[in-house]
Design a protein. Structure first.
Length: 148
């Protein structure tokens, strides 16, 4: 099996990766597996190099401080607020659409009321029950059960 060696270029890239994680740009989780996946070297080899080990430790501490600060500030609440604002805007749009529909129904009701009065119908006549349909009357006369 060939021996895996760390070159200065690989060490520099891994230290840079640790610093990038420390800034929080790549997320709030960081492990040796992230470094292993970049260079293909096992944890034991990476851990033996003092620059990599120190950069990893510093990155982990920085991420822990960031997570601690986030729980104090509660950025998740901020996300919920954004979601609530979007939901509020959606509900306001739906409310406006329903109000417009209601306005159209009111206009239609006024038009129908005007036409009914113009035709000479009165309120008593409007409250009369609807006549039976022909189909219903025939079934009733022939003693056929009517499904409700």
């Amino acid at each position: 099996m060939p021996t895996v060696k760390l070159t200065k270029a690989v060490v520099g890239k891994l230290v840079h990766l640790c610093n990038t994680y420390a800034s929080g740009a790549l997320g709030d989780r960081f492990s040796w597996q992230d470094l292993e996946s970049v260079c293909g070297m096992p944890y034991q080899t990476l851990c033996k190099h003092p620059q990599i080990k120190e950069a990893y430790r510093a990155a982990k501490q920085a991420l822990q401080k960031m997570r601690g600060a986030q729980t104090a500030v509660k950025p998740a609440r901020r996300l919920e607020t954004t979601e609530l604002e979007q939901k509020c805007l959606l509900l306001e749009a739906q409310n406006a659409a329903l109000q417009e529909k209601l306005r159209q129904y009111e206009l239609r009701f006024v038009q129908y009321t005007h036409n009914v009065v113009a035709m000479g119908f009165n309120a008593q006549r409007l409250e009369d029950p609807m006549p039976e349909s022909v189909k219903h009357a025939v079934r009733k006369r022939n003693n056929v059960k009517i499904a409700k």
